[in-house]
Design a protein around this ligand. Sequence first.
Ligand code: NAX
Length: 332
Amino acid sequence: ACGGLSGGVTGSAMGQIGYAIAPMIAGGIMLGPDQPVILHLLDISPAAEALNGVKMELLDGAFPLLKEVHATTDVTEACKDVNIAIMLGGFPRKEGMERKDMMSKNVPIYKEQASALEEHAASDCKVLVVANPANTNALILKEFAPSIPEENITCLTRLDHNRALSQIAERLKVYVTDVKNVIIWGNHSSTQYPDVNHATVTTTNGERLVKELDTDDHWLKNEFINTVQQRGAAIIKARKSSSALSAASAACDHMRDWVLGTPKGTWVSMGVYSDGSYGIPKDIIYSFPVKCEKGKWSIVKGLKIDDFSRAKMDATAKDLIDEKEVAHSCLN
Ligand code: NAX
């Protein structure tokens, strides 16, 4: 109506990430300082009053780019004509809860929201699933929204990617902006494989491989990988709550790069529908290194994969195949 890009955010009322990301989107962090936005916020009925409170705060923020805010508990209204959908809604895993119990609560949500997006979103809608199990929720969404192009359905592994960049920066005592081209392969779970083999650091002597600057293979193959894999758990232990501002920031990074393009010579990690690249099975949403240009991502091809990486890439693919089976059993 007013030339703004319309974006839907689910799980935005009481949700920690929703509360963190809404002002980022309204402030232009996700789509840039020249892009007006219309926000559609969705949450469930018990959260309706809180959701309205978030809307009031967004209006009170007087964000120059924020043209309209629609706060709703109606999934159809939330999805209406949106160009971008950030899927945060779901139930967190509580203490003592089995992964299967968590999936049986969340997978049906993604089936329902798939249909709403398919029927009501803009035909070019770009979808980012953040809620866990992120890869598998995205896969279910893809299966139940067959008319949405499969390349438009992605999941968030950028937080893991950013965590890997920052671990390297801390270790080598450089700025995080000097590090690039780490890779997160596979699932956004503890089986993910943070791969540093192709990562580089910009130095006064040009681009250098991280592996050349840090020859401690033991650290790279053990502490580095474990720290990135376990970072979510470490945040929960320290904050008594899961990552929120870093997740919101990573979701903005994911969308911004997808829409506006990755910088030249740089790739990022995104969970995308596997085309069989690098021998990864098709029909799963797997995190690959991607470059983005003109609103489209493409998997970076031809990277050399050693035996150590191969085993880890296959293990996380297996984890996703198992999750897919559990998800389907939750729907039967
Ligand atoms: P919260 O539990 O704080 O918020 C979830 C929100 O979703 C609540 O407001 C709830 O009312 C709402 N909700 C529940 N069912 C819904 C439905 N059917 N439609 C719309 N909204 C619904 O979780 P938060 O900390 O914000 O995390 C959101 C999701 O992101 C969780 O699934 C979490 O596990 C996942 N994460 C994923 C990450 C990633 O890198 N992919 C990292 C951060 C985070 O852990």
